[in-house]
Design a protein around this ligand. Structure first.
Ligand code: SF4
Ligand code: SF4
Ligand code: FES
Length: 217
């Protein structure tokens, strides 16, 4: 007979006792237990999450300030809150910052109604266009230099999923971040080695982009 699973520990999330796997990121733990936390840059199974979108904050008893749940792992006896006022404040600020570099044109967008930005804005109860931050759109509307897909810089929210998944699948990134701060963008014109898996067969970057910034031609 199988004994008890030694990896499982008890923690409290939003006042409920839950038995969960030790060492797993709290973001994945909460999501798989039906507790939604806004998130954009995390991919299931990531070993070193970039924690770049700053959306997935939670509070953990004993830690003075909210922490990103994608880089905080389960420890026995943790007491976690996903819905405090401090958490929501940070999440709203993070979303508004993302929206300040994003061209909000839902009616003409391929992911309209399937879009995580729309879902997160609804969850946080903020209007997509009500962000008080200055909009910083880029001059270039389209980079079509790649043979198989187009890049739309003003849709890109720099979550990094495309770069991470390209690297994970192919062993090295065929696309990368370039530039800094609000001027950052995804470079799609890197030289490809001869043995590169054909982007045409892979398509991981375009299918993983949550906001239609990378689109197959
Ligand atoms: S990515 Fe989402 S928020 Fe942005 S324009 Fe498209 S549907 Fe609207
Ligand atoms: S192109 Fe898409 S997946 Fe890549 S960083 Fe931009 S928003 Fe994220
Ligand atoms: S999902 Fe944690 S910071 Fe993006």
């Amino acid at each position: 007979m199988a004994g008890p699973d030694m990896d499982m520990v008890e923690i409290v999330i939003n006042g409920k006792n839950i038995s969960v796997k030790a060492g797993r990121p709290l973001l994945e733990t909460c999501l798989s237990n039906g507790i939604y936390i806004p998130n954009l840059c995390h991919v299931e199974g990531m070993t070193s999450p970039p924690a770049s979108c700053r959306l997935c904050f939670i509070e953990v008893e004993g830690i003075p300030a909210p922490v990103p749940s994608c880089v905080t792992t389960v420890e026995p006896g943790m007491v976690v809150s996903t819905d405090t006022a401090a958490v929501r404040k940070l999440q709203r600020t993070a979303l508004k910052l993302l929206l300040s570099v994003h061209d909000i044109d839902c009616r003409n967008c391929p992911v309209n109604r399937k879009c995580p930005l729309q879902q997160i804005a609804r969850f946080l109860k903020i209007g997509l266009k009500s962000a008080p931050f200055e909009t910083r759109l880029k001059k270039d509307l389209l980079d079509d230099r790649h043979p198989f897909f187009n890049y739309y810089p003003n849709r890109c929210v720099l979550c990094g999923r495309c770069v991470y998944l390209c690297h994970r699948k192919n062993g090295y990134p065929k696309i990368s971040f370039a530039g800094r701060g609000f001027g950052a963008f995804i470079r799609i014109d890197l030289p490809l080695p001869d043995d590169a898996v054909s982007c045409h067969e892979c398509r991981e970057c375009a299918t993983s982009c949550p906001v239609a910034a990378l689109r197959l031609k």
